[in-house]
Design a protein around this ligand. Structure first.
Ligand code: HEC
Ligand code: HEC
Ligand code: HEC
Length: 429
């Protein structure tokens, strides 16, 4: 996007933000959501257990904990197109956490996007959490109240002007935030409705799997794939080429439970989601998520024409593949079940956006460590070994062999990915 367009968009947002703020203050829109009953939190042991499960569904730990540090003490840096936003300390420390909050304040932050410094940035997925039920919120709060206090001050907002103006978010909310509770789809199975709730509510899958517009709002093509922090989160619709069309229900359940399936092994941000969230969900809930995803309308993506085997980049890529990759990934591209992902018919490999593939080949990846797959296989990194041209060529080769078809990967894309990976903490290990 050109600078002038961006400026115009921002100016527009500022005006809408101003109006939005006045509107909200005048008409009290934010006061109109149904109040949550403080008595709903009893703190009984079974409620705390349920709340811990809700925290897993919402993946709160992944963003609110820095790996290796105290859980929920915040400070995890989220890279957004607008700059770095740090997550808050949500432990019970009174001064630096949320120890003096009550259920209503917690609800206002988590479901309605208003925290201790005013409007929250949508990097905190309140846009999805707004769909959560009163009961789940009350259970979650009962659990959060049991977290030991950790004293750690987080400077949450380090964004450059004008993005550091929280008031702008009033406008953003008017444009992109529907503060609505979950409404079941009539006439579908209970499993699909439960899946809808999990995916669009606590699971906030669209935060990564739906593409964003220039202002960070969801585009209309829901779940057709999105890009975040230099990773591509693939199409989750039943599209047979780029989505889950060739995955059986068991494949999806196995991937969410263990991080591996016939087709793929979770790396990067999805590895974190599996480790902190989906591996803890019951089989019933994982089947419900799958049932919901499989009934979505297939995305519009259509296969490109495969690049021919005698194309110069394909010839070079084949040589790299045979010498560096084939021993593990096999000559037929079929991989090894539950260990080495299949390249043929792999939705991620066929996606228009190759960024996740480039990251994995440069830095390598360990499969998530889960109870269901305690000894995940590793993929070595090739950044020290292969030139940009070789990495690009081998990607183009796997993306256009064994029935796959997708655009060429260029050496420039690989060079840019190297830069980005060096600049940010690596999520793969
Ligand atoms: C994708 C990352 C992400 C996830 C997942 C996430 N959060 Fe957050 N959260 C953030 C960020 C970033 C902020 C700070 C936003 C800001 O400064 O505007 C935040 C802020 C908050 C705040 C406001 C604290 C304050 O002092 O204002 C609360 C409360 C909170 N989160 C609770 C939760 C709970 C509970 C969950 C799970 C249901 C959760 N978060 C999941 C990223 C996340
Ligand atoms: C923080 C961002 C993020 C969130 C939240 C997230 N995903 Fe993902 N997901 C990704 C990324 C990135 C990949 C690609 C990982 C890779 O290439 O190994 C992925 C991959 C997947 C895949 C494998 C697809 C394929 O073709 O390889 C499935 C299935 C999936 N996610 C389902 C879900 C579901 C269901 C949810 C919500 C419960 C969810 N994801 C939430 C980022 C995310
Ligand atoms: C020592 C065995 C080994 C070698 C050699 C190897 N890989 Fe892998 N590869 C793996 C494993 C294991 C995974 C799954 C790891 C993960 O994603 O966490 C993987 C994952 C991948 C993925 C991600 C697929 C997906 O759906 O997420 C791509 C792309 C890939 N490898 C390409 C290559 C290329 C290209 C080469 C050669 C330059 C190569 N690999 C060499 C073992 C290997």
């Amino acid at each position: 996007m050109k600078k002038t367009t961006l400026f115009a968009a921002l100016a527009g947002c500022a005006v809408i933000g101003g109006l939005g703020f006045i509107g909200l203050a005048e008409y009290g829109q934010h006061k109109s959501f149904t109040a949550i009953d403080a008595k709903a939190v009893t703190g009984a042991a079974d409620q705390i257990t349920r709340g811990q499960y809700v925290a897993a569904m919402g993946d709160c730990a992944a963003c609110h904990s820095v790996p290796g540090a105290q859980p929920y003490a915040g400070g995890y840096a989220l890279q957004t197109p607008f700059g770095v936003i740090k997550s808050s300390n949500i432990t019970q420390d009174v001064e630096t956490g949320i120890g003096d909050w009550n259920l209503a304040q917690f609800d206002k932050a988590v479901r309605h996007g208003i925290g201790s410094h005013g409007y929250l940035y949508p990097a905190m997925p309140y846009t999805a959490y707004s769909k959560m039920t009163h009961q789940d919120m009350a259970d979650l709060w009962a659990y959060i109240k049991t977290l030991p206090a950790v004293r750690q001050k987080v400077v949450e907002n380090e964004l450059p002007f004008p993005y550091n103006q929280r008031l702008l978010l009033a406008g953003w909310n008017l444009l992109f935030f529907k503060d609505q509770v979950f409404t079941p789809i009539p006439g579908v199975t209970a499993a699909i409705n439960r899946g809808d709730y999990l995916v669009n509510g606590p699971g906030h899958c669209a935060a990564c799997h739906t593409a964003k517009n220039a202002l960070g709002g969801d585009v209309a093509a829901a779940f057709a794939g999105g890009t975040l922090q230099g990773w591509h989160a693939p199409d989750l619709t039943p599209n047979p080429h780029t989505g889950l069309g060739k995955w059986s229900n068991e494949d999806v359940v196995s991937y969410l439970k263990t991080g591996t399936s016939r087709q793929a092994v979770a790396a990067g941000p999805m590895m974190e989601a599996v480790e902190n969230s989906t591996q803890y969900l019951t089989d019933d809930d994982l089947h419900s998520i799958t049932a919901y995803l499989q009934q979505l309308p297939a995305s519009q993506a259509t296969p490109t024409v495969a690049i021919g085997a005698n194309d110069a980049q394909m010839v070079q890529g084949k040589l790299v593949y045979e010498s560096q990759c084939e021993a593990c990934h096999t000559a037929s591209g079929d991989g090894v079940r539950r260990m080495i992902p299949q390249q043929s018919g792999n939705a991620q490999v066929n996606a228009a956006d190759a960024s996740s593939l480039i990251n994995v080949v440069l830095k390598g990846a360990d499969a998530p460590l889960t109870a269901g797959n305690p000894t995940g296989a590793g993929m070595p990194g090739f950044d020290w070994k292969l030139a940009d041209e070789d990495v690009a060529a081998v990607q183009t080769y796997i993306r256009n062999s064994w029935g796959n078809s997708a655009g060429k990967v260029t050496a420039q894309q690989v060079a840019a990915a190297r830069k980005q990976l060096d600049a940010q903490p690596w999520a793969g290990h």
